[in-house]
Structures are given as structure tokens and as C-alpha cells.
Design a protein around this ligand. Sequence first.
Ligand code: FAD
Length: 549
Amino acid sequence: MAGLRRFDTHDVLNQSPPYEDVDLFASDRPLQEAVGANGAGDDSTALGAFGRHWGSAAMIDQARLANENEPKLKTFDAMGLRRDVVEFHPAYHHFMAASMGASLHAMTWKGDGTAARAPAEVMRAARTYMVAQVENGHMCPITMTRASVAALAAEPTLIARLMPKISSTTYDPSFRPWWEKTAITLGMGMTEKQGGTDVRANTTRAEAAGEDYRITGHKWFMSAPMCDAFLVLAQAPGGLTCFAMPRFSPDGAVNGLRLQRLKDKLGNRSNASCEVEFVDAFAWRVGEEGRGVRTIINMVQLTRLDCAIASAGLMRMALALSVHHTRHRIVFQKRLADQPMMRALTADMALEMEGVIALVMRLARSFDLAAHDAGEAARARLLTPAVKYWVCKCAPGFVYEAMECLGGNGYVEEGVLARLYREAPVNAIWEGSGNVMCLDVLRALAREADARAVLESLAHAAADLPGTADAAQLVAATMTAADAEAKARSTVEQLARLAATAALAENGSTQIAEMFARARLTPHPGSTYGTVPLDGNATQLLLARALPE
Ligand SMILES: Cc1cc2nc3c(=O)[nH]c(=O)nc-3n(C[C@H](O)[C@H](O)[C@H](O)COP(=O)(O)OP(=O)(O)OC[C@H]3O[C@@H](n4cnc5c(N)ncnc54)[C@H](O)[C@@H]3O)c2cc1C
């Protein structure tokens, strides 16, 4: 190593060592506390092994490879015959095998497709959060596969056939009919050219063919096109309906999915997202005709949870890289980590991260408990869009600030932060963009009794902490406000921050909850990270919790 640091003209000094071969679990105190507080403390040993594996230099390098070597669409073969396949770099397959091997696509389901017992959601959320710190693109099909089960549940016969393949942990990338494979993955196609949010405007048509259907039309965005089947929306005679469309039809022929081109995306490069036409494509109906949105929303609720978890993971890696770098970089004869302004900045970012991880893991707990606890179901209903909105909105600005902590090194593609930065906005856009999440919170608030009960439980958990009573009042006032839509963004932000404060208090970290409430729920001058007044002890505590020295 010493030899590598000596050039003809200079010695290489004062560059921070690579942040790799780290234990993503043991180095993250807020995560450990959130896991324990949400019922998954017994999983800590396994989470440690998982964190060491995913934090290894080898995995971090595989992530670079998977994103530098983008998937390629092979529309035709040399003879001009259609192929409609996407080829991925081996590093992408490596991640798919690792995540499916750890059952991130299936561990929240029992073999029959019903929900696994708590704390399966929290266990999965903790793992997903660590994976998102390393490689995000491959998580798209993992997320969609796990979530698809919630929609397929509408068809007991179909799910009974598919579940053995969905729950298999042996990744099988081959392009073959689903019944011949060891394991399958599922994607989702809702968005069309004329509308993504407004799926009722879908023009894709479905016609009954015996017990099954034939679908003709298009999707403007359909990610992970090498999945073995897709949940799609199409207009059936009875209205917008959910279907499951396999890549191969039951006779073993390639089904009528014509991949048109791959999107040239800002980030999320290891994942393929395609435009597709459906040409008389075979599909099974999922749920009743006309109830497409109602059926697929069960899936979407789970993908929204994953968007928040993934954004939290991006933020965590950005924070860790910042704190790590500033501890090794000397400027003006002093470590950056000892410069008061840099300490104020990184401590404020660490405080944000405390709120974010507590909030996301507490939401996963609600998903764990929702089936048997109406209060937790109402909490999941109200908070999922709020958490998705707030956490996904925080991530780009947070990662940007982290880039700046590394100076020029933060901005170049050899480092990890540039990729995290390009990845960060997508979680806010897909699975319901920001404003759409706020409208969804308003819909949940309109169920006044449920919403009031959730607000009361948040206010109770965060009792007496600064700003919490005002935040609860502001959210409650929106329920009956005539101009609720115009105010929705500020309401949803306050709701998410109130819920984060409550989650921190429930975790038992009263001191952190108090700091978070004061910093995020009471007014202070300044709008960027590092402007919140934190005293020396608070700063020291937050940075020590963020990353052990
Ligand atoms: C990388 C990537 C991968 C994707 N993969 C998939 C996929 O696999 N499957 C799939 O189905 N889709 C996918 N999408 C599409 C994505 O879900 C849509 O882009 C998204 O839902 C928004 O739809 P839209 O693009 O049509 O925008 P629009 O619906 O036109 O919305 C534009 C903006 O208007 C806002 N808006 C909408 N309604 C209102 C309102 N009433 N009041 C105020 N503001 C409003 C929205 O919040 C948004 O910010 C993907 C997108 C990306 C970027």
C-alpha cells in the first residue's frame, strides 16, 4: 500500500481510506435500537452477519460493476426474429441471487401466500435498508415480487400455483416458462403514455378468451422486464381490471410482450425499465373486473414502504461516508470532523437519520401487526404515504449535502456518492409521486375516527416534546379545512416529523426524540442542514451513534 501511495512527483497523503469491509449493522446504533424496539432484537446476530456481508469490499465493487455495465435490450436476433430479452451484467445477477437467497422477496409471506408472523416485516426492512446502502437497481424486482403477493391474494387458485416458485430462494435468471424455473420474479405495469397517476385513463384493452384474457395495448414504464410475470392494469368490459401476464403463455410459447426500448435513466442504472407493447398477450384476471385499482393498491402499499426504506438506506450510506471522510481528512491542520461547522452539519444530518430510521422501522412494525390490530392497520394506512413522501423527499438534498462533505471526491463517479445522488430522486417519483402521496394522506385523514386515533397515539408517544402538540393540531385541522389540498404538503411533512418523534420516543431514546422534536418541529433560522442549534454534548452523542470511531 505504501508503494502505491508514492508517485514520481508526490506522495499521496490525506485521502480518506475506502469505506468498505464495514459491518452495516454493528456500525449503526440507531438501526440496532429500532430493530430491538420493533420486536426483532432476536434477529441481531443474523443481521450482523448480513451487515458484514453486504458491507464487504467485494459487494461494494460488485455494485459499481452492476451500475457501470448497464442492461442491454436485445429486441431481435441476427436473423431478424424477435427476442425481446434484456441482458444483464453478471454483477446484477450476483445481487439478485444474494437478495433472493436471503429471501428479501418472500420472507414476509408463508408458503400459502398469507402474511408471515411478526417481526418478519421488521426483519426484512432492516435487511432491505442495508442492501439499499450498497445496490438499489436490483431491488426493483425484489420489491415488486414480494409486493405482488398482496395483489395475487385476490385469486386463491392462482396464488396457490405461483407461490412455490415465488417463495423459492434459488434465483433463476433463465428465460423459460415459469413452471420450468426454480424461482420466479414479478413486475408491475400500470403507467401508460397518457397517464401514470391517472391510471383510469389507461387505454390498454383486455378481452375475455375462455376463462382467461387477451391484452392489447402498451405501458410507457415497465421496470425489470425480465421478470417472469407482471401485474398489469387494462380496460376489461367491466372496467379497469388487474391481470397477471406471464412472459410465456400456458402452451409454452413466448407471450405477446414486445419490449420497445429501455429508458435512458438519470440513475437506477443497473435496473432495466422498458417501454412495452402487449400484442394479444395472454393474462389471468386478478380480482373482479372493474376493481383493478382496488386489487393492485394492496401491492402498491408495500412498494411504497420499500421506497421509504430504500431512501433511508441511501441516506444512511451518505451519512456514513461523510462522517468517515471527515474523520480522516485534515484541512487547516485540523480534522474536518473537529471543525465546528462540519460537526454542526454532520450532527444535524445524523439527527435527521435518527428520525428517518426510527420512523421507517416503526412503520414496518405496523405492517407486521396490521392483520390483527385495527389501530396498527389505521396507522399503516395513514402513515405509509406520509413516510414515503417525507423520507423520499429528504433523500436527494441529504445525499447532496453528503457529497459536499467529501468535496470534489464526492462529485466524481469513482466514488459511491455520485451514484447515490443520481439514484435518490426516483423513489419519490415512482409508486405515487409526492403530491399524489399527499392526496392519499388526505384521503386517509378523511376517515376521521381512524385518523384521530392514530394522531392521538402519536401525540401520546411524543407527549410533552417540543412542538408535538402544535404539529398534531395542524394535522387535525387539515381534516376539515376547505383548502386542505393547497396545505397538504406542509401537513404531511408535519405528520411525518411528528410520527418520527413518536417513533424515537417509543424506541426509548428520549434524549434523541427531544432533540429531533426541537430541531424539526419548532421554528429555527435556516433551512439547510447544519443550521439547527445543537450543543456540544448533543453533537458528540449524535456523531458517536452515527458511526463508531
Ligand atoms: C425509473 C422509473 C421506473 C418506473 N417503473 C415503473 C413500473 O415498473 N411500472 C409502472 O407502472 N410505472 C413505472 N414508472 C412510472 C411511474 O410510476 C410514474 O412515472 C409515476 O407514477 C408518475 O406518473 P406520470 O409519469 O404519468 O406523471 P403524472 O401522472 O403526469 O404526474 C406528474 C406530476 O403531477 C403530480 N400530480 C398528479 N396528480 C396531481 C394532483 N391531483 N394534484 C397535484 N399534483 C398532481 C404528480 O405528483 C407528479 O409530480 C417508473 C418511473 C420511473 C422514473
